[in-house]
Design a binder for this molecule. Structure first.
Ligand code: GUN
Ligand code: ZN
Length: 455
């Protein structure tokens, strides 16, 4: 053993990664860390044909590895790939748009930017850059808004397919309160979405999400057409925005006076289901949290975006209330979000919790970024932990990636869970793309900080 980390499990191949293995096997919001977290300080993860085959202490498995190539990441943490449950690829080039809150920000910056995604070549070039940026940040799966143009979905899925990524996306449906150049109709959005589902849903690792932008830009007729698609294709997702900003909630209530509230609009039109994911939920009422729990729907908590747009502080403890638990994942929400990094997203999530008098432990943060995200996307049987049989999407983190982190983590990889929690917390707060040493997709190395341009 002792090879430099170049090994990858090409189709039909087997590979092993050695390092400190860390994953969540239960939810640390409800279980003590000792039960929820699996930690093997000197471990080995064996990947066969892209799937986790085995894991355990290196000294126990070493004899069984035989001639197998072992990628040696001693001194590093190896965790499941991060899962971003809400992001917009067309907004990659418009991060850091100055000075507005949600509704003005959409009109002034977002809509003109998304217009450019009618051009398939432009859309493909941004999709390529976007996916490379995700991999560089250790994100291996995401639920992604495309633009209103079907070509923008084709471009995204083609780029994801070329990288063998498990990605979920869909065409934005929007038929009002936006410039004509971005509007479809209830019927055309149904027809185009249906054709895209038939083309892409379940092709390789790709999955489709029916994607009405939000109640503000969809007529009731369009929301009902979205629900019709969910009836016809019960295993596609529903992906939209919900209760993000105070002015947005008031405006939508005026627009839909016959409904009891924002969530009720989606509920009465048939969109609140077990495969529905709602981004934000900052302004949700207690009753709305209860209803989401009952429906087994999920929320994407997007702290960098919520702070950037001044939307507010998400009530994570209410979402995770054991009396009515709601599935929660983390979202970067680029381009209202300010980073592609889920480690920077946990940093801001921690601060949002602090401002609300709550604590977000390092293990809870790790859960949200991995198994929690997988569960929010109903993919916990495939992703989010190192359970044998799951897809081997993996991130390798360097706790000494920068001089500051090296100073903070002088002791190196610890033996105990308690000491590990402190090291992990340093990455939850100070980590970012530089902390990602490598990203593996189905056991194949797709990114390495040592050779970022040629994986
Ligand atoms: N609500 C409707 N559209 C959007 C969007 O593009 N970004 C965010 N953050 N909220 C939205
Ligand atoms: Zn969004």
């Amino acid at each position: 053993m002792g090879q430099t980390p170049t090994a990858s499990a090409s189709a039909g191949g087997t590979v092993a990664l050695r390092g400190a293995l860390l994953d969540c096997i239960a939810d640390p919001f409800y279980e003590p860390a000792a039960q929820a977290v699996r930690y093997i300080p000197d471990g080995v993860l064996v990947v066969r044909d892209g799937y986790v085959a085995a894991l355990g202490p290196y000294e126990e498995l070493a004899a069984s590895l035989g001639e197998l190539t072992v990628a040696d990441y001693s001194g590093h943490l190896i965790t499941p790939g991060f899962i971003d449950t809400h992001i917009h690829y067309p907004q990659t080039g418009m991060m850091a748009a100055y000075g507005e809150q949600l509704l003005e920000w959409l009109n002034r910056y977002t809509f003109p930017t998304e217009r450019k995604f009618a051009d398939p070549a432009y859309a493909r070039s941004v999709a390529d850059l976007f996916l490379d940026e995700l991999l560089k940040n250790g994100t291996t799966t995401a639920l992604v808004f495309a633009a209103v143009f079907p070509e923008s979905v084709d471009a995204f899925f083609e780029a994801a397919e070329a990288r063998h990524l498990r990605m979920i996306s869909g065409k934005v449906m929007m038929d009002r309160n936006a410039p004509d150049y971005l509007c479809d109709t209830a019927q055309s959005s149904y027809d185009e979405s249906k054709a895209l589902i038939e083309k892409w849903h379940g092709r390789g690792r790709l999955l489709y999400a029916v994607t009405p932008r939000f109640a503000g830009t969809s007529s009731e007729a369009q929301l009902k057409q979205a629900a019709k698609l969910l009836d016809e294709f019960p295993d596609v997702y529903l992906h939209t925005h919900l209760s993000e900003n105070v002015n947005e909630v008031a405006w939508i209530q005026e627009m839909f006076p016959q409904y009891q509230g924002y969530l009720d609009i989606y509920d009465q039109t048939g969109l609140v289901r077990g495969r529905s994911l709602f981004a934000h939920g900052v302004q949700l009422t207690d009753d709305e949290f209860r209803r989401l729990s009952e429906a087994k729907a999920a929320i994407s908590f997007c702290p960098t975006s919520n702070l950037f747009l001044g939307s507010g502080l998400f009530r994570l403890e209410q979402a995770k209330n054991p009396a009515h638990p709601v599935k929660v994942g983390l979202g970067t929400d680029v381009g209202a979000g300010t980073s592609f990094s889920l480690l920077q997203t946990t940093n801001e999530a921690y601060k949002v919790a602090q401002l609300r008098g709550q604590k977000l432990s390092a293990f809870k943060a790790l859960f949200l970024a991995t198994l929690g995200g997988a569960t929010a996307l109903c993919l916990e049987d495939k992703l989010g932990s190192f359970e044998p049989g799951k897809e081997a999407d993996v991130v390798v983190l360097d706790p000494k990636a920068t001089p500051l982190l090296a100073l903070r983590n002088q002791g190196g990889i610890p033996e105990t869970l308690e000491a590990l929690e402190d090291l992990l917390f340093s990455l939850v707060i100070m980590g970012g793309d530089r902390a990602v040493a490598a990203t593996y997709i189905m056991g194949e190395r797709a990114y390495s900080s040592a050779s970022p341009c040629t994986p």
